[in-house]
Write a protein that binds this ligand. Structure first.
Ligand SMILES: Nc1ncnc2c1ncn2[C@@H]1O[C@H](COP(=O)(O)OP(=O)(O)OP(=O)(O)O)[C@@H](O)[C@H]1O
Ligand SMILES: [Mg+2]
Length: 336
């Protein structure tokens, strides 16, 4: 989708976002240090683009998403939505201020109340958002079900009577009726068969065009990211380590971690889930972040200086990388 014009107005601007969780306190033990799940994240999402967010399990993707939504309060940093400051308020107010942003949960089954029929779920969502006229709600619900390719009869079904692909469609419909500008899709195709995955991706693409939406697309699956995203941000233990256009990041990765992720995916065939696990070394955890460059413990190219300080995020030609050795490694890491 890289044929679309890249530079438009930013819908969302994040500047130095930090999100922490309190560590689990053990009886009589001193208070544990906080877990920094999102650490100093800055990025912009431009109108109409699809920005990919990639990284291994536990690196903070969903936490970043929920911070953007206002479900978690950022400890520090600024969030601008449509150019307006929305950061620094408590979650309930934050969520209201950020109603232009909606979220499609990474587990669509769990996100739908099992005791409610699809119609009830969609009505409730509209009612909570202030649409009191039942007839109007009915009309909108039919329209949105049609947009996601479901017949009106699906309103009478319960979530467990739906396939994984249909649950995602309902999740999308519920999101769309709230008229967002930006949708955060969290692992939108995990657990789906290949053919269903392809249909759901196509649907997301069509809906984006039809409704003029902007997406943040969270995924482990690099082949899907390559197909869907205009730009991609790579996260490692809470920090962005690389960010650039999808073409550049995939063809000429600058960070050894991105390179390792791509290497761990020998062929970019769809559907190979969780290939990141194949990277050697201990699986990372934000509970115990290595000093300096957090990736140094698993990096083939690390040297003494990598342990001393967190590398800055450096930019050339709009491509960001957080590795002190990138200029010399550049040629070696290029895949094309
Ligand atoms: N509510 C919470 N309280 C405490 N720790 C949390 C909470 N939510 C997430 N974490 C921790 O923060 C880190 C990041 O979690 P997060 O869910 O953002 O990862 P993720 O990148 O979305 O992973 P996955 O790919 O598995 O969905 C993890 O170590 C997780 O255990
Ligand atoms: Mg997640």
């Amino acid at each position: 989708m890289s044929d679309r014009p890249a530079m438009r107005e930013p819908v969302l601007q994040l500047s130095r976002i930090v999100t922490e969780f309190r560590g689990t306190k053990r009886f009589l033990a001193p208070a544990p240090p906080p877990i920094v799940a999102v650490n100093d994240v800055s990025l912009e999402v431009n109108e109409g683009e699809v920005l990919g967010l990639v990284g291994e399990s536990g690196c903070g993707k969903s936490t970043l998403a929920k911070t953007i939504l206002g479900l978690y309060r950022e400890k520090s940093g600024d969030i601008l939505l449509n150019g307006k400051e929305v950061s620094g308020v408590e979650p309930r107010r934050a969520r209201r201020l950020r109603s232009d942003i909606q979220y499609v949960h990474q587990d669509p089954g769990a996100a739908l109340d099992p005791w409610w029929r699809v119609g009830g779920i969609l009505h409730e969502s509209l009612r909570i958002n202030g649409m009191t006229d039942r007839g109007e709600r009915d009309r909108l619900i039919d329209e949105m079900l049609e947009a996601v390719g479901l017949a009106p009869s699906f309103k009478r079904r319960y979530p467990h009577e739906l396939s994984g692909g249909q649950q995602r469609r309902v999740g999308l419909a519920r999101t769309l009726i709230l008229r967002p500008r930006l949708i955060i899709l969290d692992e939108p195709t995990s657990g789906l068969d290949l053919s269903v995955q392809a249909t759901v991706l196509r649907l997301m693409r069509d809906i984006r065009e039809q409704f003029g939406l902007t997406y943040i697309f969270i995924s482990h699956d690099l082949s899907v990211v390559e197909r869907m995203c205009d730009r991609v941000a790579i996260m490692y233990l809470g920090r962005i380590v690389e960010l650039g256009t999808t073409g550049e990041v995939f063809a000429r990765p600058r960070h050894p971690y991105t390179h390792a992720l791509l290497e761990a995916a020998p062929s970019l065939e769809p559907g190979q889930l969780d290939r990141a696990k194949m990277i050697e070394g201990d699986p990372p955890s934000v509970r115990k972040v290595p000093a300096g460059c957090a990736f140094h413990t698993r990096c083939d190219y690390s040297e003494a200086a990598c342990v001393e300080a967190v590398p800055p995020l450096e930019e050339t030609d709009g491509h960001l990388v957080r590795c002190i050795r990138w200029p010399e490694l550049r040629a070696r890491l290029a895949t094309a």
